[in-house]
Design a protein around this ligand. Structure first.
Ligand code: HEC
Ligand code: HEC
Ligand code: HEC
Ligand code: HEC
Ligand code: HEC
Ligand code: HEC
Length: 509
C-alpha cells in the first residue's frame, strides 16, 4: 500500500478547488435548490388526492430543467476558470484529477459519486415517465391552458366521452403521434403564453389522427347493423310549451357486409368503400364534388348542380377521405344549440314546464348578445325576471321559486355551451350528424348532387330513418310505422326545403 504523498492533493479538496469559482458554485446551488424543490413537489403530487396541474408542470418539467441547467454550469465554470488561470500563470503545469483505486479515500469518493449517479438516473427516469404521463393527462390538456381550452373542456365534461382521455382521440397509441402532438403542442404553449391564439380555436383539426386508429379502437365498425330507436322531444314556443315527440328508427347499420346487407348510415364506413370529397370552405360545409369507389372498384363521381366547380378544378383540388369525424365531428365537444338545450332541460324536468312561454323566454335569453359570461348571467336573469313581472305579475309572486330555478338552469346552460370570451357558440362549430339545425347529411344528400351517369344523392325522407309515431301534446299525429313525417306548419314537399334555414337553433321555430 502506498502512502498518500504530501504533494498530492486529496480528491475531495481537489473537487473543492475546482469548484471554487463563482459560475460552478452558482450551478451547484441551483442544482441543489431545484433538486429539493423537485423532491418536495413530487411528494405533494404523490400524497395529494387531486393535485393541481401546475404541480405536475413544476415538478416534472420546470424543476428538472433548472436542475440540468445547474449541473451544466458546473463544468462550464471549471472550464472558464482554467482558461482564465492559464492565461495568468502560463507555464505552471495543469493538474488533472487522478483516481487511485488503492487509496480508500479515492474509493470512498468514487463510490459516493457512482451511487449519486445511479440514484439520479433512476430519479430522472421516473421523472420523465411522470412527465410523459402528465402531458397526456386530461388535466394537462384541458385545465392547464384554462381559458384557451375552456370551451372544449367544459363541453367534454358533459358529453358521452367524459371518461375518455383527450389523448385517446387526439394522440392515440404509438410514439410517432405522441411526438407529433407534442411538437404542435409546443407551438400552442407559445401561442398561449404570448396570447396570439385564435378565438375560437378553429375547427376542423387539420392533423387529427385518422379515425381508424382512434375511434375504431373502441367502436368496432363491424358492430354497426340494423337500426336504433331514437325519440326526439321538442317544446313549442307557445304559452303552454306544448311537447312534440317523434319516435324514429335510425338506420345505423352498414358497417360490415358480413353482419348485414350493405345499406344504412354506416355504409359510408364500410371498410371496402372509399368516399373522398372536395370541400369549398374551411369547415367542409359546402361539398361540390364527391368520389365513390365501391367494393368492386367501380367509381362514381357526383357533382353539385349548384356549383361552378369544373372537372379540371375537381381533379386538382385537395381531397379528404371520409371517416367517422366527417359526420361525428362533435363526438365530445358538443355545443348544444339553445333550442335543443332548453328542450333537454324541460324534458329532464330541470325547469318547470308549467311556466308560461318558458321555452320561448329561455331560448331568447340564451341568444342575447353578451360580451362576457358574467354579463350574460346578469342579462339572462334580468330578461326573464322582467318578462314574468310585466306579463304575469301574480304568477311571478306565486311561482317565485320556480322562476328562480328556471333562471338558474338557463344560466347553467349558457355557461356550458356558449363562450363569449372565446367567441364560440353552436354556430361557430356546426354538428354534422343529422340535418335539423345544421346542414349535416344534406351537405351531400340534398337532391342536388348528380353523378356523371345520372344518379342523384336522394333526400328521400326514408333513406336514413323511419318514423314510428309522432305526437303533439296529447294528440297523435302519426301512429303508423313508415308514415310520413308531419311538419307542424304546412311546408308542402319537405324534400324541397332545408330544415336548418328556419331551424337555426336560436330564436325562431
Ligand atoms: C371522443 C374523442 C375526443 C375526445 C375524448 C376529445 N376530443 Fe377534442 N376533438 C375531437 C374531434 C373529433 C375534434 C375535431 C373535429 C373536427 O376536426 O371537426 C376535436 C377538436 C378539438 C379541438 C379543436 C376545436 C374544436 O372544437 O373543433 C380542441 C381544442 C380539442 N379537441 C381539445 C380537446 C381536449 C382539451 C380534450 C380533453 C379534455 C379533448 N379534446 C378530448 C375528439 C375528441
Ligand atoms: C377509449 C374509448 C373510446 C374512443 C377512443 C372513442 N369512443 Fe366513442 N364512446 C366510448 C364509450 C365508452 C361510449 C359510450 C358512452 C355511454 O354510452 O355512456 C361512446 C359513445 C360514442 C357515441 C354515442 C354517443 C351518444 O350520444 O350516445 C358516438 C357517436 C361515438 N362514441 C363516436 C366516437 C368517435 C367518432 C370517436 C373518435 C373521434 C370515438 N367515439 C372515440 C368510447 C370511446
Ligand atoms: C355518414 C355519416 C356517419 C359516419 C361516416 C359515421 N357515422 Fe356513426 N352514426 C351516424 C349517425 C347519423 C348515427 C345515429 C346517431 C343518432 O341518431 O344519434 C350514428 C351512430 C353512431 C354510434 C351510436 C350508435 C350505435 O350503433 O352504437 C356510434 C358509436 C357511432 N356512430 C360511431 C361511429 C364510428 C366509430 C364511425 C367511424 C368508423 C362512424 N360512426 C361513422 C353517422 C355516421
Ligand atoms: C361527403 C358526402 C356525404 C355526406 C356528408 C353524407 N353522405 Fe350518405 N352517402 C354519400 C354517398 C356518395 C352515398 C352513396 C350513394 C351511392 O352511390 O349509392 C351515400 C349513401 C348513403 C346511404 C345509403 C346507403 C345504401 O346504399 O343504402 C345512407 C343511408 C346515407 N348515405 C346516410 C347518410 C347520413 C345519415 C348522413 C349524415 C349523418 C350522410 N349520409 C352524409 C355521401 C355522403
Ligand atoms: C341522409 C340521411 C337523411 C335523410 C335523407 C333525411 N334524414 Fe332526417 N335525420 C337523419 C338523421 C341521421 C337524423 C338524426 C339526427 C340526430 O340523431 O340528431 C335525422 C333526424 C330527423 C328528425 C328529427 C330531428 C330532431 O332533432 O328533432 C326529423 C323530424 C327528420 N329527420 C325528418 C326528415 C325529413 C322530413 C326528411 C325528408 C325531407 C329527412 N329527415 C331526410 C338523416 C336523414
Ligand atoms: C320555412 C321554415 C321552416 C322550414 C324550412 C322547416 N321548418 Fe320545421 N318548423 C317551422 C316552424 C315555424 C315550426 C313551428 C315552431 C313552433 O310552433 O314553435 C316548426 C316546427 C318543427 C318541428 C317541431 C319541433 C319544434 O321545434 O317546434 C319539427 C320536428 C320540425 N319543424 C322539423 C323540420 C324538418 C325535419 C325540416 C326539414 C325537412 C323543417 N322542419 C323545415 C319552420 C320550418
Amino acid at each position: 500500500m502506498t502512502e498518500p504523498q504530501p504533494d498530492r492533493i486529496k480528491p475531495w479538496s481537489r473537487v473543492r478547488q475546482l469548484l471554487r469559482n463563482p459560475i460552478s458554485l452558482a450551478g451547484v446551488a441551483l442544482a441543489l435548490v431545484s433538486l429539493a424543490n423537485i423532491l418536495f413537489l413530487f411528494v405533494i403530487d404523490l400524497v395529494e388526492a387531486r393535485p393541481t396541474p401546475y404541480i405536475g408542470i413544476l415538478a416534472y418539467m420546470v424543476g428538472p430543467a433548472f436542475f440540468i441547467l445547474g449541473l451544466a454550469l458546473v463544468p462550464l465554470g471549471i472550464w472558464y476558470d482554467r482558461r482564465k488561470r492559464r492565461g495568468q500563470q502560463a507555464g505552471e503545469a495543469t493538474r488533472y484529477l487522478r483516481i487511485d483505486f488503492s487509496d480508500p479515500s479515492h474509493r470512498g469518493a468514487l463510490s459516493f459519486f457512482l451511487t449519486f449517479l445511479v440514484v439520479f438516473i433512476l430519479m430522472s427516469v421516473v421523472g420523465s415517465y411522470r412527465a410523459y404521463e402528465f402531458t397526456d393527462s386530461v388535466q394537462f390538456c384541458g385545465q392547464l391552458c384554462h381559458s384557451v381550452m375552456n370551451p372544449e373542456f367544459t363541453a367534454y365534461q358533459h358529453s358521452p366521452h367524459a371518461r375518455v382521455a383527450c389523448v385517446e382521440c387526439h394522440v392515440g397509441a404509438g410514439a410517432t403521434w405522441y411526438v407529433k402532438s407534442k411538437l404542435s403542442g409546443a407551438r400552442q404553449v407559445f401561442a398561449t403564453t404570448f396570447n396570439t391564439y385564435p378565438r375560437p380555436i378553429p375547427t376542423p383539426v387539420h392533423n387529427l389522427r385518422p379515425a381508424q386508429e382512434t375511434c375504431e379502437e373502441c367502436h368496432w365498425p363491424a358492430r354497426f347493423y340494423g337500426a336504433q330507436l331514437k325519440v326526439f322531444t321538442h317544446y313549442a314556443s307557445d304559452e303552454k310549451n306544448t311537447p312534440r315527440q317523434i319516435r324514429m328508427l335510425i338506420r345505423v347499420g352498414g358497417g360490415d357486409p358480413a353482419t348485414g346487407a350493405p345499406e344504412g348510415i354506416h355504409w359510408h364506413m364500410n371498410i371496402a368503400n372509399e368516399i373522398t370529397y372536395v370541400a369549398a370552405d374551411e369547415q367542409h360545409q359546402v361539398i361540390p364534388y364527391i368520389h365513390v369507389k365501391d367494393m368492386q372498384g367501380r367509381v362514381t363521381e357526383y357533382y353539385a348542380s349548384d356549383s361552378k366547380l369544373s372537372k379540371e378544378e375537381a381533379a386538382k383540388a385537395p381531397r379528404r377521405r371520409m371517416d367517422c369525424v366527417d359526420c361525428h365531428n362533435r363526438p365530445t365537444h358538443i355545443y348544444t344549440p339553445p333550442d335543443l338545450a332548453v328542450d333537454q332541460s324541460l324534458l329532464a324536468r330541470r325547469m318547470d314546464s308549467s311556466l308560461p312561454f318558458l321555452k320561448q323566454q329561455a331560448v331568447s335569453a340564451l341568444t342575447g348578445k353578451y360580451d362576457s359570461t358574467p354579463q350574460a348571467m346578469q342579462g339572462i336573469a334580468k330578461e326573464m325576471h322582467e318578462f314574468y313581472e310585466s306579463k304575469y305579475p301574480e304568477l311571478s309572486k306565486s311561482k317565485e321559486l320556480e322562476i328562480r330555478n328556471a333562471i338558474d338552469e338557463v344560466q347553467k346552460i349558457y355557461a356550458r355551451t356558449i363562450f363569449p370570451e372565446m367567441k364560440l357558440n353552436w354556430q361557430t362549430h356546426p354538428n354534422n350528424v343529422g340535418h335539423f339545425y345544421f346542414n349535416g347529411c344534406f351537405r351531400c344528400h340534398d337532391g342536388q348532387h348528380v353523378s356523371t351517369d345520372g344518379k342523384t344523392l336522394s333526400k328521400d325522407c326514408d333513406t336514413c330513418h323511419t318514423v314510428l309515431s309522432q305526437s303533439e301534446g296529447a294528440t297523435k299525429l302519426v301512429s303508423a310505422e313508415g308514415a310520413k313525417f308531419q311538419h307542424p306548419v304546412d311546408l308542402g314537399d319537405l324534400t324541397q326545403v332545408n330544415c336548418s334555414d328556419c331551424h337555426t337553433g336560436g330564436v325562431g321555430p
